[in-house]
Design a protein around this ligand. Sequence first.
Ligand code: BGP
Length: 485
Amino acid sequence: MGFPHNFLWGGATAANQYEGGYQEGGRGLSCLDTISAGSVNVPRRITVRDGNGNVRQQSKYDSLIGIEEALVDDHLYYPSHVATDFYHHWKEDIALFAELGLKSFRMSISWSRLFPNGDETEANEEGIRFYLNVFRELGKYGIEPMVTLNHFDVPLSLSNRMNGWADRRMIDYFVRFAYTCFSRFKGLVRYWKTFNEINCMNDFATTGNKNDTLQSRYQALHHIFLASSKAVQIGHAIDPTNQIGMMLAYWSSYAYDCDPKSVLKNYESMHERQFFADVQVRGSYPSYIKKLWKREQIEIETEEGDMRLLKEGTVDFIGFSYYFSQVNKAGMDTRIVDGKQVEPLDNPYLKRSDWGWQIDPDGLRIACNELYDRYQVPVFVVENGLGAIDQIEEDGTIRDPYRIDYLRQHIQALKEAIEIDGVPVQGYYPWGCIDIVSASTGEMRKRYGMIYVDMDDEGNGTLERRKKQSFDWYRNVIATNGEQL
Ligand code: BGP
């Protein structure tokens, strides 16, 4: 009963939102380094040089066609540059994770820290040393690293020179990067994921592709799928004990009413998520996507051996993020963009977070079941949490009962997925176990952590770390293996 004895109680982060040190240790720029902050209502902006040589900022939703390059303007503030500075605080932070009792810690590797321009033949040794230090320090405390090779983090040079993942040469560059990680960190890391939220990799920020046609997006995705499959094969060959997974942004979705048209719409909306796992777990392109390509006159350029590679390079597990659920109604455009529905439709049974995300713990249990029923591989919840504004009280404490409530209800739902439904969930990683920059808005005030970091939305702050009330609560959850929530 309850959680298995070897359950991985974790915490999750990503280099582009946490690491900082953007110009230190020989690191090159990544696409995200060119994107400044926004807010819940104002989209983040990219700094670009256009065909006439003018430097300006534009919304990340505007077309980048005709843009010569994306760049960094030294007068502007970019949240990824310092982020919450894991680069200089790793020892202190890992000690705090150990005190919290984490069994596992999820982080990502900055591609441009190991390969500053993305296509060098030798890795940057200073970058390798940084991650070796981190993994050894985690090992010292018995904390198992869960490493995402690529969390929305493409070297800028590859975007400016060859349009990122739209170019097939990216496969070889990524495979060299993956090979370097598997071989240099062998024995220190056993759990890997190839690409974060692969179903969200559809814009410049996440792929380096400045061409936003559907044709180009699916072509880039084909390259990403192949790169992932090759990385899985290489990772298994280097160390057969490696567990290498995919990572999906998941949300449960419901038909708003029993109008069969709404039910059908909901069913179709599930394909938008399943497509990615169908390729990465089952190993081939599903029929509904081939039909969609036909309708949209999309022709994917492939080479001989591509389909075999997809079949042979399937993943060992599914990691997924889960924050909210969604409802679909016939006749309404209910797509999800940056965590928000295009036409927000309230589910009358649920409340929304301050950032409009519909809170739904039972949806997590449903998600676990949907994924395991269809794919029959172990699942890991590698992101879950509540983005909220925290206040420091006069006595210096930070009380975050709202975050505790959210986590408690979701862990309870997870327990039911394991205990009642028999889903082999192997780990749970609250997102941003320490405060980090928000991906969608670039804000600091949208905090997820159990450890507060003194930093504001303009990049001012001492970076001092401070435990929140949720720190003690989660420590007890881990210590009792989820018995005391
Ligand atoms: C996921 C990403 C993370 C993360 C999280 C929370 O989409 O994998 O990088 O940030 O969502 O989103 P946000 O930071 O926008 O609140």
